[in-house]
Design a protein around this ligand. Structure first.
Ligand SMILES: C[S@@+](CC[C@H](N)C(=O)[O-])C[C@H]1O[C@@H](n2cnc3c(N)ncnc32)[C@H](O)[C@@H]1O
Length: 206
């Protein structure tokens, strides 16, 4: 568990998606349980305060591991109709719910996708201003290294990413060493310690 796991390159077929879902089995950490839990977890989560200086109108944001969309709608409000929020989760149930809510609430700037964070091929290289990955990596049983590579691929050179751990190891999948290893691939702008469980990062210059 202390090392990054390695996923072969390439698209995830439906068999791999199912395997990944089975391995991301803990419903509490993956929050594929009842949606009301989101409201409990979201209460007091300072993620939006931490990122507010980095997200603005017109931006493209990727909310990866968006769950039931606890933050997707807030982010959509911030970017406005000129912007866009990709709401991505491995759980189709969550994504279908977001799609229904977005239709009902007339949010045309949310683009929901049932997909793995390890394979975001529907998002172009260097096209995203901000990646919001709140509680994602600690919920991923496999494919974390590929997910981090995808964050780097889709971010614009001027972009930022918010990476946070809902739970530390052994309750979440990311150990102290792995967290340090992930962050060493970025420029850490704010946060960053394993104890804090979050970091605001940007890309390292090439
Ligand atoms: C702790 S929840 C966080 C939900 C949301 N970001 C929030 O802050 O309320 C983690 C989410 O990551 C999703 N997830 C787990 N593995 C994933 C993967 N490989 N790709 C995309 N989403 C994944 C789970 O389904 C779950 O909805």
């Amino acid at each position: 568990m202390s090392k990054l796991d390695v996923r072969p390159e390439g698209k995830l077929d439906s068999h791999s998606m199912e395997k990944e879902k089975r391995r991301t089995s803990h419903w509490l950490f993956s929050r594929r349980g009842p949606a009301f839990l989101d409201r409990i977890f979201r209460y007091g989560d300072p993620a939006l305060q931490r990122i507010q200086a980095y997200v603005t109108r017109g931006q493209t944001i990727a909310d990866i591991g968006c769950g039931w969309g606890a933050f997707s709608f807030d982010l959509a409000d911030i970017v406005g109709t000129e912007g866009k929020v990709y709401a991505v989760d491995l759980s189709r149930k969550c994504v279908d719910q977001i799609r229904m809510d977005a239709d009902r609430r007339s949010y045309s700037n949310i683009e929901p996708h049932a997909a793995s964070a390890a394979d975001l091929t529907f998002i172009k290289d260097r096209s995203v201003d901000f990646v919001f990955a709140n509680g994602l990596l600690c919920s991923m049983a496999i494919g974390r290294q590929a997910a981090v590579a995808e964050v780097k691929r889709i971010l614009k050179p001027s972009g930022y990413a918010y990476l946070s751990l809902g739970m530390r190891y052994p309750f979440g999948y990311v150990s102290h060493d792995e967290w340090e290893s992930i962050l060493s691939g970025f420029k850490v702008q704010r946060g960053g310690s394993y104890r804090e469980k979050w970091a605001l990062v940007s890309l390292k210059e090439e």
